[in-house]
Design a protein around this ligand. Sequence first.
Ligand SMILES: Cc1ncc(COP(=O)(O)O)c(C=O)c1O
Length: 322
Amino acid sequence: MVQHLQNRPCGGRYGDIVQAIGNTPLVELKRLSPKPGVRLWAKLESANPTGSVKDRVARALIEDAEEKGAIRPGQTILEPTSGNTGISLAMICSRKGYKLKVVMPANVTPERTQLLKMYGAEIVYSPGDQGSNGAVSLALEMAQADASYYMPYQYGNQANPAAHYNGTAPEILEELDEIAAFVAGLGTGGTLMGVGRRLREELGDSVKIVAAEPMQGEPVQGLRSLEDGFIPPIIDLSLLDRKIFVTNRDAVVWTKRLLDEEGIFAGVSTGAIASIAVRIANELDEGNVVFIVCDDGWKYLSSGLYTTPVDELENLDTTVWW
Ligand SMILES: Cc1ncc(COP(=O)(O)O)c(C=O)c1O
């Protein structure tokens, strides 16, 4: 007898790996939810083909450039990225026949370098102590000096939030009729702007859009402190109901708690976001709280974080991860 499938959309059937991006699972975290009436949901963007939310964005950036006639096969794409967008662009460029050069801080993990090289990308290193801001300014200089590069520039390209407005948000709305709060990390701001705008349009002021922002001087990979002086042009701060600071220690502790208590193997920015999502859940009496699992933990394995007991985590050197 044929058994009825219970998962939607059953994984789907796609013509190639680029088309298989998105349609990620929404998973309830019952053990981390502080109250029975408050349901905590993790949107597993780690289930994308290269393991991060940035697959959606990279596809949107390249397809937007193709639609506008801004790139042609064989052209070199240049992008500053602290990792995930580069890895996603590298996979997509390798499938679509573009060359890719990424500019990233020199202190990234060896896993990131290998993933980029594996998909054929060329890497230009910017000074590690300048973080992602250093990568952005070096890439802008390179693009100004050589007009043959096409720079999608995710920080200022509306195709970035549009990937979430047209993808991530409708997928969440397909599963939940009511959402009390949506929590995501503040990196380029693409996730918060795209999902936030769509949820606000569909659900009005009943949904709170909450950003997890790292403390200044406490870098969390993939996230940025607006106090560092650079506000990505795609960010409209008026869309955010709250912006909550998170310490590096909380990011690390909650990354470990997600693993230990819910079996979610996620990167460090997801720990930061989960800590804020649980804090918001604590303030509510009922409702759904949705947060983004930005990437999986494979790229961070060399940090030793996942096998370190929670009470020893503060001894880890967190300055080299990005
Ligand atoms: C691991 C990770 N977490 C969070 C983010 C933040 O997402 P967004 O750029 O949409 O703000 C990024 C973005 O680069 C990331 O790589």
